[in-house]
Design a protein around this ligand. Structure first.
Ligand code: HEC
Ligand code: HEC
Length: 338
């Protein structure tokens, strides 16, 4: 009798394990595919196909501080690939130590390729279009298109690399430079234990992470934090209550008040949280989300459980070799910190 019960219980827990995975899939959660060819299909854009020549050049430009007016600030300054793809600040700091005028924080660039739109208000369609913004923005890199094109074309190594990437008649203009950075960003994806789990490895999550996943879904978090990025689409902020720091900075979302649902991938590495960085810890962010988006009171214990699930989204970063950048020539624009 007892033996039968134990056997029976074993069966129940096996079906539970299988159904949790199924439940996650039914909730719209999607794994980064294991197969490189399936992944390439997802991240590639036929208008700017990924090639080794382009991604290597795009990586150099991502790390290239001389694109900025001061010669000090690169994309990597605010989107540090060694620290989760962001800067750890509540509001970004750029040219002349200027804080973002809207008190906006730098979102991570990891997995940005999966977002439906870019920026907190979704104003850019993809990573290529997005990359054109920060270089010219006065509080960020404060450059001009002319400065950028002149800088790149003043160094023969860049010119030959553009030719190798796009053909010898390539026109090196501002758009091509941004497209190349975008091409590199497309490769910044970070498969995590959660993906291994959804891809069929039942043991990729700990018991506590599985319980956290269940809490995450039961609470309704996956209605917005869904898809391959667990975010990346636009939604309302403050559905059931007003975000308690809504008045820090003047950000109001897009024309319809919609805000980008931040990705939860690598979320353990990108504190502080929310567009204006006012939530210092993951626990506080989770509890505030419950209150303002779901009208749910999330206990500290439940928040802890969800947080434990979120650790399974800390992904394996691509190996990035820090590039050697070409030497300046007499025609390279001078650094200007004013
Ligand atoms: C001074 C800091 C700073 C620099 C330099 C900077 N960014 Fe950003 N980045 C930000 C901030 C702040 C935002 C959010 C701004 C907004 O939504 O209006 C952002 C947004 C983004 C996003 C959108 C991600 C998302 O979740 O929507 C991407 C992608 C990105 N930056 C890539 C880049 C690239 C590529 C460069 C270099 C060409 C760059 N950034 C330079 C601070 C910076
Ligand atoms: C109705 C849609 C919606 C629901 C439901 C929702 N979120 Fe969010 N979440 C968002 C949006 C939009 C943002 C961006 C907030 C901002 O920009 O200030 C966000 C941001 C976050 C952040 C901060 C991310 C960052 O990088 O700053 C965390 C953490 C988070 N959500 C977790 C959760 C959890 C856990 C739940 C369930 C308790 C949940 N969310 C439910 C829409 C939602």
């Amino acid at each position: 009798m007892i033996k039968k019960m134990i056997l029976g219980m074993g069966l129940v827990s096996v079906t539970m394990a299988a159904s949790l995975m199924q439940e996650a899939k039914n909730a719209g959660l999607v794994a980064i595919p294991e197969s490189q060819s399936a992944l390439l299909k997802l991240i590639d854009d036929p208008r700017n196909p990924i090639t080794k020549e382009k991604t290597e050049l795009g990586k150099m430009l991502f790390f290239e501080p001389r694109l900025s007016k001061s010669g000090l600030i690169s994309c990597n300054t605010c989107h540090n690939l060694a620290t989760g793809g962001d800067d750890g600040l509540a509001a970004a700091v750029g040219h002349k130590w200027t804080q973002n005028p809207h008190h906006l924080g730098s979102p991570t660039v990891y997995n940005a390729v999966f977002f439906e739109k870019q920026f907190w208000d979704g104003r850019a369609a993809d990573v290529e279009a997005q990359a054109q913004g920060p270089i010219l923005a006065a509080p960020e890199m404060a450059a001009t298109k002319e400065h950028v094109v002149k800088t790149v074309t003043s160094m023969p190594e860049y010119v030959s690399r553009f030719k190798a990437a796009y053909g010898k008649n390539v026109k090196i203009d501002y758009k091509k430079i941004a497209d190349t950075i975008g091409n590199f960003e497309r490769t910044l994806v970070t498969p995590a234990p959660f993906d291994d789990y959804l891809n069929g490895n039942k043991d990729a999550l700990t018991k506590a992470q599985k319980r956290g996943l269940k809490t995450f879904m039961d609470k309704g978090c996956a209605t917005c934090h869904t898809g391959i990025a667990l975010g990346g689409s636009m939604n309302m902020l403050g559905l059931t209550a007003k975000y308690k720091y809504a008045n820090i900075g003047d950000f109001k979302g897009d024309a319809n008040g919609m805000v980008k649902v931040a990705t939860l991938r690598n979320i353990t590495q990108t504190a502080p949280y929310f567009h204006n960085g006012m939530m210092p810890t993951l626990q506080s962010a989770i509890i505030e989300m419950g209150r303002i988006q779901l009208g749910a009171k999330i206990s500290e214990k439940e928040a802890k459980s969800i947080e434990t699930f979120l650790t399974s989204l800390e992904g394996r970063k691509p190996m990035i070799v820090y590039p050697n950048l070409p030497n300046e020539t007499p025609t390279t624009p001078k650094q200007n910190i004013k």
